[in-house]
Write a protein that binds this ligand. Structure first.
Ligand code: GRG
Length: 293
């Protein structure tokens, strides 16, 4: 995935803000912060924060106002990956090209660092500067719904219970939407919340975000069988090794790619109904599915 320079620079500013939000601690709990920083600052692409900020900008809101909410989404994303990599889940040894947290720190530290990032995401929403109390409450409600039982965590439990190659396409799509789509939807909805967007705009952002999230996950399924470990950063072929149903096993490579492309075409068309300059947002969405890692 080749990000244009403006997005690379924005991702660097996100990185700096994340490092400030979760700063080193000199207290007795400092190992918690060290562990959290290992995963948080360990080289992610920062696509979700970029989506929040670019959506906010399309709706006329500046980067600074959107920055802390954008980072809250990344805190949730990082916690979910720390927990997903644990021995009781996928038991992965590498993530973002570096050893997973439980390979560097004791497993209990990895569980608690994930818990910390999850909790701190909500604290960040409710204390985000430059926003009204109503906007902050909307961020918390949206994040809770998209990352809770009806979203990320619910999708993960369905995934855990769908071992083996027997899943239907319908079941897989539900899991992908809940596990991946809803957090990406939240990233776009956050842009709308900080812009005080009306109900119709919020509905469009939710729908576009869900489609982009599903296309992103289908692309991940495709990359699981096509990408090299160097580019992908984690174990390639893990779905294959785990004998799991994916879009590729159910549809084949060509049709899986086509499904992702159709979703993105629809998402980009839906963007046209937004009142604002959506050119950068459209570019970012296209880049998200046109990636090699
Ligand atoms: C443990 C509650 C809980 C949830 C885990 C998100 C998740 C659910 C598991 C992570 C593994 C996985 C296949 C997630 C799907 C979403 C995805 C493709 C994540 C990778 O996102 P990128 O490419 O990663 O944006 P970086 O490292 O760039 O941030």
């Amino acid at each position: 995935m080749q990000l244009p320079p403006a997005f690379i620079q924005l991702a660097e500013r996100v990185e700096t803000h994340l490092s400030t939000l979760v700063a080193d601690s000199a207290g007795d709990e400092r190992s918690l912060y060290e562990a959290a920083r290992h995963s948080l600052l360990g080289g992610g692409k920062r696509l979700r924060p970029l989506l929040t900020i670019t959506t906010a900008q399309a709706l006329g809101v500046d980067e600074e106002t959107a920055m802390t909410p954008a980072c809250a989404i990344e805190l949730i994303h990082t916690y979910s990956m720390i927990h997903d990599d644990l021995p009781c889940m996928d038991d992965d040894s590498f993530r973002r090209g570096i050893p997973t947290l439980h390979r560097v720190f004791p497993e209990g530290h990895a569980v608690l660092a994930g818990d910390f990032l999850l909790t701190y995401a909500f604290e960040s929403c409710i204390t985000a500067p430059g926003l009204t109390t109503v906007q902050r409450a909307a961020l918390v409600e949206t994040l809770a719904k998209r990352s809770g039982g009806g979203g990320l965590i619910g999708g993960q439990i369905m995934d855990l219970e769908t071992e083996g190659p027997g899943a239907t396409l319908e079941r897989l799509e539900t899991i992908h939407i809940m596990k991946t789509g809803k957090l990406i939807s939240a990233a776009m909805e956050f842009g709308g919340i900080v812009a005080d967007a009306d109900a119709a705009t919020m509905q469009t952002l939710k729908s576009v975000g869900t489609k982009v999230g599903l296309a992103f996950q289908i692309t991940d399924d495709v990359l699981d069988v096509t990408a090299s470990q160097v580019k992908h950063g984690n174990a390639v072929g893990s779905d294959v090794l785990n004998n799991k149903s994916t879009y590729v096993t159910l549809l084949g490579l060509g049709d899986a790619r086509k499904r992702a492309a159709t979703l993105i075409t629809e998402a980009v068309a839906d963007l046209q109904s937004l009142h604002g300059d959506t050119a950068d947002l459209e570019q970012l969405i296209l880049i998200m599915v046109d990636r090699e890692h």
